[in-house]
Every structure is written in C-alpha cells, then in structure tokens.
Design a protein. Sequence first.
Lengths: 210, 396
Amino acid sequence: MRQDTRDHEPALESTPDPTPGYVHALDALHRHVAQGRLVASRSGHVLASADAIPGAPRGPLSRFGLAVSAGGSVSADWTAQAVRRFARGLLDLHHELLEHALRQVMRQLGARTSGGTTLLAKELIQAQLAEIAMRLSEDKEMLAGLRDADPWASWHTHLRQVAVGRGLLRLSGASGFLADGLGRDLHLAEVTGNVYLHPGLTSPRDGEER
Amino acid sequence: MTGSCRPGPLPGAGLLDDRTRELDGCCRELAAGFRDAAMALDRDPDAIAGYLHLPGVRLNQFAHIPPEYRPELDFPPRVLDAAATSLGWAVLWEQLGYGDPGVTLAGPRPGLFGEVLSALTGQRQSGHYFRRLATAPSNTFFALTEPGKGSAAAELETTLAPATDGDGWILNGEKCYVGNGARAAVGVVMCRRGTGLFGIEAVALESGTPGFSAELLPAMGLRGARISRLRFDNVRIPRENVLGGQLAPTRRGLAGVLPVLNRSRPPVAAMAIGCAKAVCDYVAQQRPTLAKAGRLRLEDMLDRIDATRRLIHRACVAIDHGRMDSDRAAAVKVQAAHIAEEATLLAAELLGPASLIEHPWMEKTYRDVRAFEFTEGTTNIHRLSLFRCLRKNAYP
C-alpha cells in the first residue's frame, strides 16, 4: 500500500500484494487498520477471508474465497476513523489491482495472435490500453487529492475504478470470465466497494436522494 | 418477480406478428419458473437435471427441432413454429433470459449443433441427430474458439487429417470456452483440413469417442453455460461425420457456418436485454419509492433496452426474409451486451449499500451478464466489422 502523507493517520506499512488474490490483501488491510480486528461496513457487513471469519455461512461469494458476516459492529470510539482509513485502503488496493491487471492483460494480448501478429500489436487494442493507462494515471493522482474527502468522493472514485476494470476485462475476452484469475479479483473489489464504499442513497452534499 | 412489473406486450415489439405475440405471452409465464432454478445452478450447474420438467426448459429444448421429429407437446403448434424463426428465437430468449440465462443455456437443446446440421446436411443426416435429440434429450456443443486465438475463427489450428489406414479422418487439437462441451452427448468441431478459409471443415463428434476429453472451466458466472475446454488426441472421425461433404467448399465448413453464427447473435442480444430488463424491474420492485434522480436513470435504461429490442427484432426480421446483414446482427449483440452490463451496475448502485450481498440474485446476474461481452464474438471484433460497414455508408 502506498505511503500516506495527507494527515496524521498512520501510513500503511506494507503493500498487500494483489497477486496471491484480492482476499489476502483485504485481510491484510483489516489487520492494519483495525489492529487485528475486522472492520464492519455501515450496513454491518464484514468481508474477509474464510480464515478471518471462521463462522461465516457459505454464500455465493465463498466460491471466490470471500466470506461475509452480517450484523457486525465495532466500538464507537474508533469506528469512524477506522472506516475512513479502511475506505482509503480499499481504493488503494483496487488501484493496485488495476495496475497489476493492466500488466497481466498486456502479457495476455502479447501472447495471442491474429492475422499474423499479436493482438498487442493492433492499433485498436493499443488505443484502448493507452486510454486505460491514462485513467489509471488520473486515479493515482487523486490519491493525494480529494477522492476520499467524503463518502461520495470515495464512491465516485470506486465507480471510476470499476469502469477501468471493466475495460480491462473486455480486453481479456473470455479468459477474464474465469474464476481463477483477474475476473475473480476484480469482481471481489467491486463487491467490497459496494459494501464498504457505497455512501447510501441520500447525498450529504445537497440532500437529494439518488 | 411479479407480473405487475411486466405489464402488456414488449415495448418496442411492433414487428411481432400474432403468433410471435402469442409466443411472447407464453414465454413470459414460463420464465417465471426459472428464478428458483437460477440460484441452484449458480451453486451447481449440473442441478439443471432437477429442472428439466420446467415448461420453459422444454419449450427451449424442442423449439429448434423440426416438427417432423418432435414428440407431442403441450405447446400450441403455432407457438412452436413461431419460436423456430429468428424473430421467435429472439423473443423466446429474451423472455427466458429474463427468467434466467443460465437455466436457458443449461437445458438440453440442439443449439448451434442443430443449426449447423440444418445448414450443412441433408435430411437423412440431420434427421438422424434431430430424432435422437427429440427422443433422448441431451446437451450439444459447438467448438470453434481455440486457446491463443480468441475470435480469429479463420485462423484455427485444430487439424483434420486423413487416417493412415484410409478409414475416415483423424482430429487433433484443442478448443476452449465451449458452452456445454463437457456435458454434451454430441457436438460439432470446426477444424482445418487444408489451407485458407475453405480448408476449414465442420465435423460431428460423439462425446464418447476415444481420444476426446473435456473439462469444465471455472466460470465467474452464467454457470449453466458450463463453458469447457476440449482436447482431441488422435480422435477418429468417420467419413460421414464431416458435415456438408456433398456441398462445394464455398458452402460448407466455416463458410457454411458463418450464416449460422450471424443468425445466432440477435437471440444472444435478446437474452442480454432480457437480463437488463429483469434487473430494472427488480430495482423498481425493491425500491418503489425511488427518488427522482434514480428513477430517471432507470427510465433512461429502460428506454435504451426498448430501442435495442427494436433493433434486434429488425435484424431478425431481415434474417427471416433471407436478408442476412451480419454487421447489424453483430452490432445488436455488442449494444445489448453493454446495456446488460450497465443495467446491473446501475441496479447495484440504486439498490443501495451492500446490495450485492443482500440481493444474491442481483449479485449472480451482475456476474452472469459479463459473459455476453465475449459470447458470439468480442466487442472489438464486431467493432471492426461495423467500421467496414460504416465506411461503405451502410450503417447506421
């Protein structure tokens, strides 16, 4: 996880590596932010590995290694701060996953051929990859900006990250639909954002319901 | 899902004739039974075995078997006849997709194998298979995509070589992302006998043939499709299993199959917008007091679905009248796939925090619809062909 220089909150010391799987990195984020405990979302859900939530019931996401417990709560003294740091960590994690995915997709496209050349050599593909790289660059710059100033900013950052991930999955073709790789980790990042980053349906900025 | 979410005939369905409207009404009722099966299949796609009695599964099973081979069924003959047209196929798959796309694809049916038989073989050969599929329902497969090649169909490398003992042919190679490949009794394999487009043949292959192996691939969603990897290790192909042997090379093999692929795209598009409509209706049902901003976004999505449906139907009517416009058929598939994906993203947002946990059906559909992106060719492949059409001033 990248160094946080924005405020007095402690920087995340180690970078969870998304390559062994998003869920492992999510567990590491819980450990870092909540000092060995698990962070619950505003809806009361906790998402982590089955090892981290041993009593969690099996559900549709168990197949992808993600356990879900409901009705969770944490002590009020650190909830707000932990949730905010956790939200920032989730956005960092999603960003790193996308950077990893971009490299992986480029490798895949470099190994696939059509018309006597690799897919990576096709201008159509190159332009799409360049677009994704630009959007990732923009996302990275926002790390030092306002992207998680409030829950709505975090949510909109998450939605932009989801759009980048979907672009990468389209470039992956059917291989991005397999549950043992990129498609799985990006789906879990989307679900985790839906649980922890969704700000609710009333905007604090203008009071207007969605 | 309640009937109240789906009042009246399909919006934008102005091209439907009376019998296709009847089919639409029939399918609408039948699809309602798919929702329970949907979640079971997401856990275990082979659970379809417990749902083969569902009328929607049976209609989908027999709709594309020619009438002379069908057993006596409970469906009105005119409904079955309507379902056999391109327009009817789209109506059928939109409504069944509304119920669940996985259940639609998991059930036994001739599928593209049947379409290839109809396109390439005479009545004797196709009759043999259709009679069998009617009396002993089973899944079938259509194997085209290869590892490392993606949608570059004309560059496939699976080989078909003459057997050294002179008895038929020998098939070697590998296919991937083949729907129902590991669960089918029989299917068609596209393979190379010579160079170029006209060197590609279509062969029928029984699943029990020595040297043929298949495994399920772990899919993120649409598990009922049971996408599979197939391997062919010196598989002997009887001479009569080379389909369309009586036809000129320009009308068999890949050249003969391309119209089949083009015809199959609008129904896939229809299934995608069926899913999109289903999630929109789900949101409306779950959040009846959706505020104005959300309501407007949902209504915009429904408008796009209706417009895409009209394009799909127009493409189908053209096909039914013998005017194959492959670019328009591809375009509707691309548009519908995008709309389905966007609809699920919107629904997850409008349903609120943790909606992908609290609404398991929504989470499943959110995963399922991503498959439409690469089914029947990826967006990029279709974009390129669409551009060629645009350059000829033939689109939109």
